[in-house]
Structures are given as structure tokens and as C-alpha cells.
Write a protein that binds this ligand. Structure first.
Ligand SMILES: C[S@@+](CC[C@H](N)C(=O)[O-])C[C@H]1O[C@@H](n2cnc3c(N)ncnc32)[C@H](O)[C@@H]1O
Length: 280
């Protein structure tokens, strides 16, 4: 089988995917340990028997709905490639907006320290560490296995000395006030869980997804913990589910009555982020 035929074959195998072309390409790149341009420039080159065997096995996994990033071991986020394993959530494009929002905020408000709560793969903390060179960054997660992946990502992207990693619940590890709290915590409600894509339910870590009956359990607990730990003129940036805008705004309003609270949409126009800004 030559590269061009391998891609055609895989696209047919992966018809059920919304992105069969891209999936086929990423799996072939992984099997050949080659880049995009190599595939394009060598489309008539034959795969070795070993490569073809591996490629067929990878395509078979994808046909079982295993997400491509778990198969290749990598996912893009904010222009960087992150190591992912089944211990961590695959970084989502919506979360890039949370990071961009936090960076924009830090550009206009002194931000000596920040915490990324529920760091998972470390994608948020790593990008923030690269962009906010003067800010002390703490990243927490309950999962030791996730923190191990996060540390590897910090090492890969040259910020392992810039981010402190702590295993613990929410802000348990925080012993000094912070200027900025950024969190993409589990927020899938019980009713959304039943309707969630099988690929997500079967393969992504349940502890990274489910947030209690209304999805807001952890966000609620976090906001309680944040109150005494947020410096004056501080802010909290939270990712939320697209149906949680009103409930999250209400919750934030109750706990931070004097703050400016905004709910921002994602690129699809759905409520996706709550910002609590205590600056005057
Ligand atoms: C939705 S994932 C987000 C991962 C990553 N920040 C991202 O945006 O891709 C939520 C993460 O929160 C962690 N988590 C769940 N409960 C937690 C808790 N009580 N305290 C700290 N982290 C928690 C999970 O282990 C998981 O890594």
C-alpha cells in the first residue's frame, strides 16, 4: 500500500467521523512518525509491512470511537502540542478562550500570582506560564496521574521551573492569596451525562467531566474557597457548560455581591465562561 492509497482507505474506514480526512492523516503521520508535508511530498511511497500493520491497528482503534489524541498521544492547544493520556481530558478549543481572557486581564491588572484549578494535562497553566513571564503559577489537581502528564507538558514547553504543581482538592494547596483564579473544572450535569457522546463517556476520565446533579458542585465549592483567598482587585475566570450561564451568574452574584460578573459566549455563541472581577 502506498501513502496515497493508505489515506484513501482510512478515510473510507473512518466515514462515521466528522473529520475523516484529518483523522486519517494524523493516524498515518503517527504510524510513519512523519509530518504533514512528508505525506504530501511522498504520496507514492510504499509503507513497510510493519508500518501498514501499525496503521491498520490505529485505524481499527479509531473505528471503535477512541479519540484520535489518545491514539497519537498528542492534542493541540493554543498553538502548542500537548501530551495526553487517558488520565487527562483532551484540551478543547473553547478553553483557549478562557486562557486568552486571563492573558488579556493580566495585561491590564497587576498579576503577581495565579492558580489553575483542575489542571489536567496542564494546558492552561503551561500556556499562561509561557505568556505571563512575571507571574507565579500554581496548578492543582486531585489526580496524581493527571499531574504527572501536566509536569511532562511543562517540561516539554520549557516552563517546568515556572509552574508549581500540587495534588489536592480545589484550593487546598493554596497558602497565600492570589490575583487570578482560572479553572476549567468538571461541569457535566447528570442529565447532560446521559446525552453525552459515547466517545467522551467511554474514553475520557469521568472525574474530569461530571460535576454533580446540576454540574455546578465543584464550581460552587471553588467559589466558596476563593472568597478569602482572592486579593483585592482580583478575578476568577471559570469555564462552564453552555446551559449554566444563568445559574453560574446567580451563584457568583450570591458569593461576590460587589463584584462585576459577566457571562461570555464561546465562538459558537453559547454561554461558556463566567468572569468575576472584584476590581473597582
Ligand atoms: C474538565 S478537566 C480540565 C483539564 C484542563 N484544565 C483542561 O482545561 O483541559 C477537570 C480537571 O479537574 C480535576 N478535578 C476534579 N475534581 C477536582 C477537585 N476537587 N480538585 C481539583 N481538581 C479536580 C480533574 O482531575 C480534571 O483533571
Amino acid at each position: 500500500m502506498i501513502i496515497r492509497e493508505a489515506l484513501l482507505w482510512a478515510r473510507r474506514q473512518l466515514q462515521a467521523s466528522p473529520t475523516p480526512h484529518e483523522d486519517a492523516r494524523l493516524l498515518l503521520q503517527h504510524a510513519l512518525e512523519a509530518g504533514h508535508t512528508f505525506l504530501a511530498a511522498h504520496s507514492e511511497q510504499a509503507l513497510t509491512a510493519e508500518q501498514e500493520h501499525l496503521f491498520r491497528a490505529l485505524v481499527a482503534r479509531a473505528r471503535q470511537l477512541e479519540p484520535i489524541p489518545y491514539i497519537t498521544g498528542e492534542a493541540p492547544f493554543c498553538g502548542l502540542e500537548f501530551i495526553v493520556t487517558p488520565d487527562v481530558l483532551i484540551p478543547r478549543p473553547e478553553t483557549e478562550q478562557l486562557v486568552e481572557g486571563a492573558i488579556a486581564r493580566a495585561a491590564t491588572h497587576p498579576t503577581k500570582s495565579l492558580v489553575d484549578v483542575g489542571t489536567g494535562s496542564g494546558c492552561i497553566a503551561v500556556v499562561l506560564a509561557r505568556r505571563l513571564e512575571q507571574t507565579d503559577i500554581l496548578a492543582t489537581d486531585v489526580s496524581a496521574a493527571a499531574l504527572d502528564v501536566a509536569r511532562r507538558n511543562a517540561l516539554r514547553h520549557g516552563v517546568v521551573d515556572r509552574v508549581k504543581f500540587h495534588q489536592g482538592k480545589l484550593l487546598e494547596a493554596l497558602d497565600a492569596p492570589v490575583d487570578l483564579v482560572v479553572a476549567n473544572l468538571p461541569y457535566v450535569s447528570d442529565s447532560e451525562w446521559t446525552a453525552l457522546d459515547d466517545a467522551v463517556k467511554w474514553y475520557e476520565p469521568v472525574g474530569a467531566l461530571r460535576g454533580g446533579p446540576d454540574g455546578l458542585d465543584l464550581i460552587h465549592r471553588l467559589l466558596h474557597q476563593v472568597r478569602p483567598l482572592l486579593r483585592p482587585n482580583g478575578a476568577v475566570f471559570l469555564e462552564i457548560g453552555w446551559r449554566q450561564g444563568d445559574a453560574a451568574r446567580q451563584l457568583a452574584r450570591t458569593l461576590f455581591p460587589a463584584a462585576r460578573i459577566t457571562v461570555e459566549p464561546d465562538y459558537a455563541g453559547h454561554d461558556r465562561m463566567v468572569i468575576i472581577d472584584t476590581s473597582s
